[in-house]
Design a protein around this ligand. Structure first.
Ligand SMILES: Nc1ncnc2c1ncn2[C@@H]1O[C@H](COP(=O)(O)OP(=O)(O)OP(=O)(O)O)[C@@H](O)[C@H]1O
Ligand SMILES: Nc1nc2c(ncn2[C@@H]2O[C@H](COP(=O)(O)O)[C@@H](O)[C@H]2O)c(=O)[nH]1
Length: 187
């Protein structure tokens, strides 16, 4: 009998403000051993964000170098900033057989699907459009203009839900975190 292949690379995507970071933070509070890739970004840190924790905050030249040196597994421009997944740390963990979680946008998810078709793509959906707008606005981290850009991207992301292997609806952070852990076969 063929051995079961465990999905090792999981990609979590979904519109801005749906609650990806909140779900992942809860999941890692319960299971600190879950490893999340720390992306590089040209976005400025929000209050409380620290270099090397939420992101590696870099300038445009530094991001260009990461691309030129082939250091990014994927990268995309999202709502006026660039974001990318450092390749080395991800591959190292996968080679050690450790589960890896990426929290990235739709464009990045598509690129990962092309380069690593065995990846499991999970779409986090809001309970409703109005609730998504409430969450993104209520977070209070973006200007009205940036919120508009992110909501425009959200329409495109919501229309692409069928490209993903699984959809989880973020009504309850605890429930979604549990479902994601099960999909990653951590529990
Ligand atoms: N299940 C939930 N019910 C109510 N509020 C939630 C829920 N999940 C997340 N939120 C709230 O929604 C807001 C956006 O969440 P979060 O920052 O985690 O979204 P995100 O998907 O990571 O966004 P982005 O892609 O912009 O980084 C936060 O204020 C968070 O507290
Ligand atoms: N393609 C990639 N998208 C990424 C990466 N890291 C984060 N993201 C996504 O960007 C948006 C905006 O994030 P925010 O922190 O500015 O709110 C969100 O959808 C993230 O998931 C990455 O490495 N590659």
């Amino acid at each position: 009998m063929a051995a079961e292949v465990r999905p090792r690379l999981t990609v979590l995507s979904g519109p801005s403000g749906v609650g990806k970071s909140t779900v992942v933070a809860h999941m890692r509070k319960v299971h600190p051993e879950v490893w999340l890739s720390v992306s590089a970004t040209t976005r400025k840190p929000r209050p409380g964000e620290r270099h090397g924790v939420q992101y590696f905050f870099v300038n445009d030249d530094e991001f260009d170098k990461l691309i030129a040196n082939g250091e990014l597994l994927e990268w995309a421009e999202f709502a006026g900033n660039r974001y990318g997944t450092p390749r080395g740390a991800v591959l190292e963990r996968l080679e050690n057989g450790e589960p890896v979680l990426l929290e990235i946008d739709l464009q990045g998810a598509r690129l990962v699907r092309e380069s690593m078709p065995e990846a499991q793509l999970v779409f986090l959906a809001p309970p409703s459009w109005d609730e998504l707008v409430r969450r993104l606005t209520g977070r209070g981290t973006e200007s009205a203009e940036v919120i508009e850009r992110r909501l425009a991207a959200a329409k495109i992301e919501l229309a692409a839900e069928s490209e993903f292997d699984v959809t989880l609806v973020n009504t309850s952070v605890e429930d979604v975190a549990r479902e994601l852990l099960a999909l990653m076969e951590v529990v």
